[in-house]
Design a protein. Structure first.
Length: 333
């Protein structure tokens, strides 16, 4: 006869933790001991990493989103996220989305070492064994010898390779501001010939009304352009130039806009700028009106014809004096 094998359930430890495990069929996540028993991470980082790995894809795990759920402050949560990044359990990148905006892509790793070894490949075969629920263990009440039956050999699960897609980092072009190359400023030498300054224009027929209108325009420039505050002496010196513009048919508002538009900043000498613009931007004179020859009535036939003096028309003049007599009679063509 074979010797009966007697086995007893494991004795509960007198100190330390005792696991009371219940078989789970839903609502659970497999967490690697690399994260749960990591010696270089704080407990807050381990708990935060466990929470992130239990979330479904697409859930927001930013600092503000986590601080709205948990009682820890944003500073502590941000520090825990940095710990997970330093040890490879977390990776955050900035990517461009539609509309020219930037979004944060967060990747959570349960095995950072394997992810680093397989970095750069499109797919990495990582054998993941099937999850075998832990048997229910209850604390022993009394240690009594129990005769056990023959042990039952349970075949160990065969791990099957599961292809896990590892994202390949994409280099995002970042525009680096480049300082513009300074362009050398071309400044003429002191001995370079200068263009002669244009003389200030003057009206051909100055009148008292024309000069008064020019003085009124210059004195009122400070209302529309406060930078052009002129002295009384400057107004007297610029009156002939403005009067020349008004004599050539320019309207006062057009003159005001032409001589004060887009001044340099700062404006140090407004009178000199006005003198230069009055001379350089002087409009041409209005074309002379074409004289109109008046109409005359012929003395013989009473027909209308154009001529500067009264008399006979061409036909009546030729009938009187013959061909060529029109010039002798002073008739026009």
């Amino acid at each position: 006869m074979d010797t009966q094998q007697v086995s007893a359930p494991p004795r509960a430890p007198s100190a330390g933790v005792v696991h009371i495990n219940i078989r789970l069929t839903d609502g659970y996540t497999i967490i690697s001991n690399r994260l749960s028993q990591h010696r270089g991470l704080s407990l807050l980082a381990i708990g935060l990493g466990t929470h992130i790995q239990s979330l479904p894809d697409g859930r927001r795990v930013g600092v503000k989103a986590l601080a709205a759920v948990f009682p820890e402050s944003e500073v502590r949560i941000a520090a825990a996220l940095r710990e997970l990044e330093q040890h490879g359990f977390l990776r955050r990148t900035r990517e461009r989305v539609g509309g020219g905006k930037l979004a944060t892509r967060t990747e959570s790793y349960n095995h950072p070492e394997a992810a680093v070894r397989g970095w750069g490949r499109e797919r990495v075969a990582v054998p993941v064994p099937e999850a075998v629920p832990a048997p229910e263990v209850l604390p022993a009440v009394a240690a009594e010898p129990v005769t056990a039956a023959e042990p039952v050999h349970v075949p160990a699960p065969v791990p099957e390779p599961v292809h896990v897609a590892v994202p390949v980092p994409v280099a995002v072009p970042v525009s680096v501001p480049v300082d513009p190359v300074p362009v050398p400023r071309l400044v003429p030498t002191p001995t370079a010939p200068r263009k002669p300054r244009l003389p200030l224009p003057a009206p051909q027929q100055p009148t008292e009304a024309l000069c008064a209108a020019a003085a009124y325009l210059l004195a009122g420039l400070r209302r529309t352009a406060p930078a052009f505050l002129l002295s009384e002496e400057d107004v007297r010196g610029l009156i002939p130039g403005v009067a020349a513009w008004l004599e050539r048919g320019a309207r006062p508002d057009a003159v005001r806009a032409a001589i004060t538009e887009d001044p340099p900043v700062p404006l140090r000498h407004p009178a000199k700028l006005l003198r230069h613009r009055l001379a350089a931007l002087l409009p041409p004179p209005l074309p002379a009106a074409v004289p109109v020859v008046p109409l005359q009535n012929c003395d013989d036939c009473d027909r209308a014809f154009r001529s500067s003096v009264p008399g006979c028309c061409r036909g009546c003049g030729e009938a009187r004096a013959g061909v060529g007599g029109a010039e002798w009679l002073g008739l026009s063509a």
